[in-house]
Structures are given as C-alpha cells and as structure tokens.
Write a protein that binds this ligand. Sequence first.
Ligand code: CMC
Length: 433
Amino acid sequence: MSNTAQLILDGKTYELPVIEGTEHERAIDISKLRSLTGGVTTIDPGYKNTGATKSAITFLDGEKGILRYRGYSIGYSIEELAERSTFLEVAYLLIYGELPNEEQFSSWKSEITMHTMVHEEIKNILDGFPSNAHPMGVLSSLVSALTAFYPKSLDPNRSIKQVDLSIARIIAKMPTIAAWAFKNEIGHPVNYPDNTLDYCENFIKMMFATPAETYSVDPVVSDALNKLLILHADHEQNCSTSTVRIVGSSQASLYSSISAGISALWGPLHGGANQAVIEMLEGIKSSGGDTKKYLDKAKDKNDPFRLMGFGHRVYKNFDPRATIIKKAADGVLAKLGVNDPVLDIARGLEEAALKDEYFVSRKLYPNVDFYSGIIYRAMGIPTEMFTVMFTLGRLPGWIAQWKEMRENNEPIGRPRQVYTGHNSRPYMELGER
Ligand code: CMC
C-alpha cells in the first residue's frame, strides 16, 4: 500500500504523506497542505473525515463494534474490565497508560480518598443557585470554581507533581460536587464524603443518605454503577473530549478544560441523550405506547424529532456498550426487583426500528444511552442526573486526553474556514441604511 497520496490541483500534483496507526487505520497527512499549495485549505463540517490528533488511549472500530482502552477490550470481553476491575483502576489505566500494580493502586486510592472533601466555601456558591438549577449547569460551574480554590492549578506548565495533584483532586471531588448539585436541586442538606467506602459506594451514599435515617449502600447498585462508569470512561475524539483537548491546547487549566467538556457533554445529541431517551420513552408510554408514531416522526424530514438513543457518528454497526448495558439492564432490574414498563417500550421500539428500512439503510442502532437511563432509574437516580452520571464516568477519559495533548506538545487548536460573507464594502452613515 502506498505511503503517499497525490493531490492534483490546478494541474499541479502534490504528494501528501499517508500515515498508519497501530490498528492499520490510514490517514492522509495534510498538515503541510497550506504551505505547499499557497493557502488552499480543506473543509469538513463536523470533522466527519478529519483526525485532529494521534492518540494512544482508546481504539474504536465503528464497523466491527470494537472499543478498547489502552488495548484492553470493551466490546466482546469488556467483562474483563467491567466485571473484574474497578472504575478507579480503569481511570488509572486511561490516565497513566497501564493497569496499576498493587502498590500503585493502593497509593492511587489513598491519594483520591485524601481529596474527597471540597472547600466549605463551595457550599456558598452552591447556595447561590436556584433550587431548580439543572445539575449539569451547577456541575460545570463548580468545577470551574475549583480554579479559585487551587490557584496553583491554573498553570498547567507548573510541574508534573502539580498536574498529578490536580488530577487526583478532580477525580476525588467530582462525586462530591455531583451529589451536592443533586441535593441542591431537591432541597436536602448535603452529605460529606465517607472515606471508609469505595468510590461508587461513597457517591451513592452522598446522593441518597439523609440526616434523618441510617443508610446502607446496596451492593447491586454500587456494582452496576461501577460497570456503567467503566463503560463510559473514554470514547476517543468525541464532542466533549475534543472540547477538553481544544480548550486545554490554549494552556488553560485542567479544571477549566473539564468544565468546558461538561458543557459540551450536556447537549442532547451527546451525553444529554440519556435524559432525552427516558423523556421520549415516557412520552411514548403516556401516549398509549404508540411506538409507530415516534418512528414516523423520526423518519419525517420536516420534523426535527430524532429517535433519541439511536445512531452514532462512529458506530455504523452496533455500539458494544449498548449491548453490554442492555444485558446488564435485565440483571439489575431483576436483582432490584424493579418492573419498569419503560423497558418493554424500549425493547419494542428497538425491535421496530431494527426492522425499519429507514434505520437499517442508515445503519442506525441503539447507542450507549438507549438503555443506560433504564438502569439509572432502577438505581433510583433521577432523570436530570443521568448526564451527570455520564460525566462521572467520562472524567478519566477527558483527563487522559488532556494529559496526552499536553505531553505531545500539540499546537493550539484553531480550525480554518471558507469565508462566504460580503466582500469589502464602504461604511454607510446611520441615516443612509
Ligand atoms: N433518528 C432519526 N434519524 C437519524 C438519527 C436518529 N436518532 N440519527 C441519525 N439519523 C439520520 C439523519 O437524519 C441522516 O439522515 P439522511 O441521510 O437522510 O440525512 C442520517 O441518519 C445520518 O445522520 P447524521 O446526522 O449525518 O449522523 P451524525 O453522525 O452526524 O450524527 C448522532 C450522530 C449521534 C448525533 C445522531 O445519530 C443523533 O442525533 N442521534 C440521536 C441522539 C443520540 O442518541 N446521541 C447519543 C450519541 S451516543 C452517546 C455519546 O457518545 O454522546
């Protein structure tokens, strides 16, 4: 196979290098295109064909439904990671490149445990939010606010030690901030972290315990959470991850970059889809279970409605995470003794869509968000917290990608454009317009 590509432009031939990744993905390197051609650029809205970086973190093959973190498979044998490891081990793997040995894991866990509390003054900021504030808005604001409490974290070039400290802090504090955002919404007093518990148990307790009652964490719920967080932990150059990398490329701090990533994740076409899926399924239920009506709406080009939880920019076969979550949903619901009619609607909708020519021809399959909300509901997590749960899972991926971008000394992200506005025109006085 050739390691150069030829571009013929205005009768002139340009040789462009073709690079190949470790999984034999090939890419035409256009990094010198403008200087070679005297300013010609490329255009690719939504970056559907454009690789923004080389990355050694996550590999996914959308045709084969493969997803691997640092070489460890998620698709067919994620059971290896999701069943056997903990979210904190996977976080270490993503961020530092290898699964930790016993000593590394023990010091990583104690580092995280040490930082679970947040500054008391964060509560003052939280109190300033209206009680109906969406927890994603609260989360991104409070993560950004961490920069005020840790000014040494502002300069990402300060030292590796400082960066590692910022990493441990944000992984440790995110569950506390997330649970507090929820408590603010429902008007309950916040809970402080309990460092005798593991990462998932601690979060669940901060979410659901109240001062009025004793609370013990159901292991079915914490196991399910561990699995869901692992499945969401990274997904290469998606919208929020690219946001984190591009914000970080300006040498903004880790906290500011993550805060921007949270905002990107919030949208319904990305992480916000898990909330939108349940709202859609509820809508179908209350309209008498008429799945056909919703399929027709999704197919109607004059209707902006899309079948939430269906389709993916990269997976054009199936989303391996969805397969695992669908299987897990049955188990979790059975173990918790929950009978959710929305699960039947989801199954019916999936079955109908997978037989429908519109969805089949466009290779639209259920994605990770289609079934995750059903498990979250069974765990007692309210709908508006679903995207917050996604954030908790995706955090190590964002950090790993931010760190890789910094270590590779990537240049500031700055796409080009093709200008289509007015040509130069003279200023007109107010009265003449
Ligand atoms: N319902 C109906 N039609 C759809 C859907 C859908 N969910 N998704 C894509 N299409 C159609 C789309 O209208 C287009 O049709 P046509 O070729 O006739 O114009 C075709 O399928 C290709 O779609 P696209 O918009 O070009 O695909 P994309 O890669 O730009 O968008 C997507 C990917 C995930 C934004 C989109 O499939 C979508 O909006 N899905 C619903 C939202 C959702 O579930 N998002 C969660 C994604 S997974 C979690 C995450 O990682 O963020």
